[in-house]
Design a protein around this ligand. Structure first.
Ligand code: HEM
Length: 531
């Protein structure tokens, strides 16, 4: 018995010694780190997690805002034991935002252990740090969405789906509040699915049935996947999960938040299953299509047929690693990122735009004047030429993005040592370009907190002072698609509708995950009568 107690004591002592040595080592490394910057002193393993949880409500973006206010344009923060150097000034992010393919800043982040757990390590585009596969996958996405035919398709589908949306709004009537945030996520889901897999998923119809059960519509499913119409919710949950995975160190996720971690993994498995069914469905269709018959030209077909006998891709990207057909799991991750990028970012930005237009009637009047000058009383569908004339509309989009920031920051890891912001940094340093800080920096913007779309009229912002879509080699590949879709939709909305907020005093309700999500935006919709 005494021997056992002695052994237990020894074991406890060993653990205590180990912790003391670990902590001493951690703080030795911390206090002798290269280029010490202001920031909160980290705890071993936890980094600044306590500050993030208790001062910033668990949101890293909010934490950066607090540090930016306290320490200025250059500071540091810790995620677990890993240091992040943060910049909130255009000059400092210049190298990170270099478009050169020889850039030292191609890698977005280090590989978190959660990437392996989620099965996304080295896959897809957004968080893929394997430069070879990232390049290949990105080329596929950009080839599909930057082709002029893709924009033409967006112009074709946006009015059709707007008419469907407005049909439901007419039935709901002008006196009942409508949650624009939910409807617009449903709308962008429908557009993205149409553009990437060529299928209607009845996202808006299903929501109409939910809010107006007495007027239920019959929904004819195009693909037998349970709950596919609610995919926008999956995307939101996916971003929330990713943020959880990026915020909490592994041992915390596996202990205190074990249940939450399991939910995250189970949600990812469900999404994978849904996307695999979508891919199998299309594979089947392709197999059944006679060889002499042309295949539909959409993103999923381009991914499935790549490097096969039925390859529909005009230009072939091949290297020693990529001469074989793309595997299902890789196709799935690329598709998911196209869905996620296309659904959430655009939908949330449209919420900010509607909110600001309701609060600034003079800006709305100028937008309406621009739209009327392009379209008059003509109800024709917008063309690319029409969209190219919508300068004031685009300025509004930019000003809303500057003030609300759909994405508040991005990161890059240096591949070799470099001088940044006047300091020499070793290779493998992680830098954060804090967009929100840059967008509010009074060195770059006059009266930065004022809503003024005119600041984007007639002059281009100084280099790297406006980073709505990020920059450099990892700039958002969906930027053109997003602008075409949003201009087309806004022109349709304000040619046909008068929109008012249910509560003019309510602030915009936002929650930051990987994107700045508008959680609710109750509006009233009145059909516009033109005289
Ligand atoms: C208003 C709409 C959008 C905004 C504000 C937005 C913003 C951004 C930002 C800030 C980044 C990070 C860039 C960087 O690190 O420098 C990004 C990356 C990305 N976006 Fe978008 N985005 C939008 C729409 C889209 C759409 C429609 C798609 C897809 C169809 C998309 C797909 C992606 C992908 C795949 C990446 C990762 C690129 C890479 O790592 O190489 N985004 N986006």
């Amino acid at each position: 018995m005494a021997l056992l107690a002695l052994e237990a004591l020894e074991f406890t002592q060993i653990i205590i010694y180990f912790l003391l040595i670990y902590t001493a080592q951690f703080y030795y490394k911390y206090f002798t780190r290269i280029n010490p910057l202001p920031g909160q002193i980290p705890l071993p393993l936890l980094g600044n997690l306590l500050g993030i949880l208790f001062q910033a409500n668990g949101e890293i973006a909010e934490w950066l805002k607090i540090l930016n206010k306290k320490h200025g344009d250059v500071f540091e923060t810790y995620v677990g034991n890993n240091r992040r150097v943060v910049f909130a000034k255009a000059e400092y992010v210049e190298k990170m935002m270099s478009p050169s393919t020889n850039s030292n800043y191609i890698i977005r982040s280090d590989d978190y252990p959660s990437f392996e757990e989620l099965g996304i390590k080295g896959k897809g585009i957004l968080l893929n740090n394997n430069i070879r596969t990232w390049k290949y996958n990105r080329k596929f996405l950009t080839q599909a969405i930057l082709a002029p035919s893709f924009s033409i398709e967006v112009l074709h589908w946006t009015p059709i789906l707007f008419n469907e949306l407005n049909g439901y709004w007419k039935e709901i009537g002008e006196n009942s509040p409508i949650d624009f945030s939910v409807w617009i996520h449903r709308f962008t889901t429908e557009i993205v699915f149409q553009m990437t897999i060529g299928l209607k998923v009845n996202s808006m119809a299903a929501y109409f049935n939910k809010v107006e059960p007495s007027k239920r519509k019959h929904i004819k499913p195009n693909i037998e996947i349970e709950d596919i119409e609610n995919f926008a919710d999956d995307v939101e949950k996916g971003f929330d999960n990713l943020m959880f995975a990026l915020t909490y160190p592994t041992f915390i996720r596996h202990t205190i938040f074990k249940k939450r971690n399991q939910e995250m993994l189970s949600h990812k498995r469900d999404i994978n299953e849904t996307i695999t069914t979508i891919i199998d469905h299309r594979r089947n269709e392709i197999e059944k299509t006679p060889v002499e018959e042309k295949l539909r030209h959409d993103m999923i077909t381009s991914l499935i047929t790549a490097n096969t006998d039925r390859d529909i891709n005009e230009s072939k990207y091949m290297d020693e690693d990529h001469s074989k057909p793309i595997k299902n799991e890789e196709i799935g991750q690329i598709l998911f990122e196209a869905f996620a990028g296309g659904i959430d970012t655009t939908a949330n930005l449209l919420c900010y735009i509607i909110y600001y237009l309701c609060h600034y009637p003079d800006v709305l009047a100028r937008l309406q004047k621009e739209i009327d000058s392009i379209f008059g009383l003509d109800q024709r569908i917008p063309t690319m030429e029409d969209l190219s004339k919508m300068h004031y509309t685009e300025a509004i989009f930019k000003e809303c993005s500057r003030l609300i920031n759909t994405v508040k920051y991005t990161s890059r890891v240096s591949s070799s040592s470099d001088v940044v912001a006047g300091y020499e940094w070793p290779a493998n340093t992680t830098f954060i370009a804090y967009f929100e800080g840059i967008h509010f920096n009074s060195d770059h913007w006059k009266n930065p907190h004022e809503f003024n779309p005119d600041r984007f009229i007639g002059t281009d912002p100084q280099k790297n002072t406006f980073l709505m879509f990020g920059g450099g080699v990892r700039v958002c590949p969906g930027r053109k698609l997003a602008l075409v879709e949003m201009k087309c939709l806004i022109s349709l909305i304000y040619r046909n509708l008068d929109i008012t907020l249910v509560d003019m005093n309510a602030p915009l309700k936002l929650k930051y995950t990987m994107v700045n999500t508008c959680t609710e935006l109750p509006i009233r919709v009145k059909q516009r009568t033109k005289s």
